[in-house]
Design a protein around this ligand. Structure first.
Ligand SMILES: Nc1ncnc2c1ncn2[C@@H]1O[C@H](COP(=O)(O)OP(=O)(O)O)[C@@H](O)[C@H]1O
Ligand code: SF4
Ligand SMILES: [Mg+2]
Length: 369
């Protein structure tokens, strides 16, 4: 039930922001141009991550292809249980047991270096440990997953700088204070003496962003980073992330179930359903011309400005567990546009139906880009 409720109770503030946000992205270029940039940091191909459970094989990520370029934000959206977090955990090789990557590649390209397939690295090995928290870092919904309760904020951020940027403690402390200032903390010099439990949720989230960025990562993965915050703090944190992206030129993989946040943050959007990408295009196209019935359902569940009393159209049913799935379209049981004899004949492929617009739906097969 959880996932359906999420769709049925959209955040009015977010919806308002997303309409405003779309109106103020300046200028509202069709970000197809951005998609075609070739300076990729991460290229994921055919990624499959599974959990071998007593109930059967759970295919949490099932054949995902995704490219993230420098300076670009790729947004992943979908209901709870669609595989967004397992995708993020797969990139960092921090999947909870018994989950493991069983196929595909995750090619990381650092400036001036040859691509490395990090899916083939030992999750506990030296190479993967040096990528984690250096080339790629992650921020979570709950800051306490990243912050140590027994060390001061200053010690924690300084430690990251010492590990990755400089060996001189005084210099590391200065960089830590600088980074805390950049994430919008007004009194970083006094805050470094505090412990996480002494801070508000918004401040803790800012500290976690500072911690994630202290090593100047090439890719930042943000998994629902502002979901637990009130809308004002959320807006401030999103603005800080955008500014820091411009300063550092990093790529961002931004995971959310909130369309308003997506509209603000993403250049490119991938919609996930049951472990697969079902639609992928620019943020402009996803709002202007959503093609997959699931994407349309997500859009219809958000109230629009000026239509405040309009009843929300929710996607019926819930996301099933991706175990022993039939060889049909995965959205078949919930799709208002399903056609018997067509949609139950095998799993649809993700097809580019217009330039830089791909969709996984039988109704769109045969269309040319
Ligand atoms: N540690 C785990 N053990 C078993 N199943 C898991 C585990 N983590 C995630 N899953 C399953 O993988 C699927 C995708 O989960 P997740 O990526 O967390 O979804 P999302 O982040 O989109 O809400 C779900 O069916 C979930 O139940
Ligand atoms: S293939 Fe059929 S069931 Fe699946 S999304 Fe398209 S119309 Fe719906
Ligand atoms: Mg998640």
């Amino acid at each position: 039930m959880k996932s359906t409720r999420m769709i049925q109770r959209p955040n009015i503030h977010s919806a308002t922001k997303f309409v405003r946000g779309l109106g103020t992205r300046s200028p509202l270029i069709d970000t197809n141009e951005i998609i075609s940039m070739t300076d990729s940091v991460l290229r994921i191909e055919g990624l499959r991550t599974e959990f071998k459970l007593d109930e059967g094989l759970l295919k949490a990520v099932d054949g995902v292809d995704l490219t993230i370029n420098r300076n670009q934000t790729v947004g992943i959206i979908g209901e709870s249980g669609c595989g967004k977090s397992v995708l993020a955990q797969s990139i960092l090789q921090i999947i909870t047991k018994p989950g493991r990557i069983v196929g595909g590649s995750i090619s990381l390209t650092l400036p001036g270096e040859q691509p490395v397939d990090i899916a083939r690295l030992d999750p506990l090995g030296r190479d993967m440990r040096s990528i984690r928290g250096a080339a790629i870092s992650m921020i979570f919904q709950e800051p306490m997953t990243s912050l140590s309760p027994v060390h001061t904020i200053g010690d924690q951020v300084t430690e990251v700088v010492l590990e990755h940027r400089t060996k001189v403690r005084a210099e590391a402390l200065a960089q830590a204070v600088d980074m805390l200032g950049r994430v919008g903390i007004s009194n970083p010099k006094s805050l470094i003496k505090d412990y996480p439990h002494q801070l508000s949720g918004g401040l803790r989230q800012r500290v976690m962003i500072a911690l994630a960025l202290a090593c100047h990562p090439q890719l930042l993965i943000a998994d629902e980073p502002t979901t637990a915050l009130d809308v004002t703090v959320q807006a401030q944190i999103l603005a800080v992330m955008k500014t820091l992206q411009q300063q550092f030129g990093m790529a961002i993989l931004f995971i959310t179930h909130d369309l308003g946040v997506m509209a603000r943050m993403a250049d490119v959007v991938a919609v996930m359903y049951l472990g697969q990408v079902v639609e992928q295009t620019s943020v402009h196209q996803i709002f202007k011309n959503p093609l997959h019935p699931y994407t349309r359902g997500l859009m219809a569940s958000v109230p629009r400005l000026g239509h405040g009393k309009e009843r929300l159209q929710a996607i019926t049913g819930t996301v099933p567990a991706p175990i022993n799935l039939p060889r049909t379209c995965r959205f078949l049981g919930r799709c208002p546009e399903a056609r018997p004899g067509l949609c139950d004949q095998g799993v649809p492929s993700l097809i580019e139906v217009a330039p830089n617009h791909s969709v996984r739906c039988r109704l769109h097969e045969g269309r040319q880009p």
